[in-house]
Design a protein around this ligand. Sequence first.
Ligand code: ADP
Ligand code: MN
Length: 183
Amino acid sequence: MSEDGPKRQRPNVLITGTPGVGKTSTASLISERVGLEHVNVGELIVQHQCYEGRDEDLETNVLDEDKLLDVMEVILDKAAEDGTGIVADFHMCEIFPERWFDLVLVLRASTDVLFDRLTKRGYNEKKRSENMEAEIMQVILEEARESYAPEIVHEVPSNTLDDMETNAKRVAEWCKHWEKNNA
Ligand code: ADP
Ligand code: MN
């Protein structure tokens, strides 16, 4: 999104949190309810092969952040041109320009809930315990608070379907206010 671009008509929302907290499910529900375009950043990375090599120790591809940001900027510009906003979901939140997002939701899950979700996902013990530790240590929450204005960062529970429903409703309400205030 270019800095001198037209004023946005609809907000951009970032849904972040530890893997397994429910980002993709929640973002998808918000997209349905609020009509923002769902951008699953993890999928974008795979689609556009935003990698700059491979970390053999971690057995993962190394993210090419610049390439990802270029790909996302096109999507953000297009959404703004079309008069809509996006709801992005990703476990990293500190790599994006601060100005991209108007609301950052940090989803939180309790340890037992996350344990079950990561087990179901087939994560091995090492990967599962790393992610559970990150959740307990509030790593993503702290990164969000360091990267964005505190008043736009909201920590919300994501343990039950009721939580998801509540979170989608809250975002819908919040979007209405944003649009009124930014009209
Ligand atoms: P993430 O994108 O953060 O890794 P997902 O949205 O893929 O998480 O959710 C992981 C799993 O947990 C999925 O099986 C999903 O159905 C389930 N799940 C996510 N959020 C909730 C919730 N609030 N209540 C119950 N189950 C949930
Ligand atoms: Mn996901």
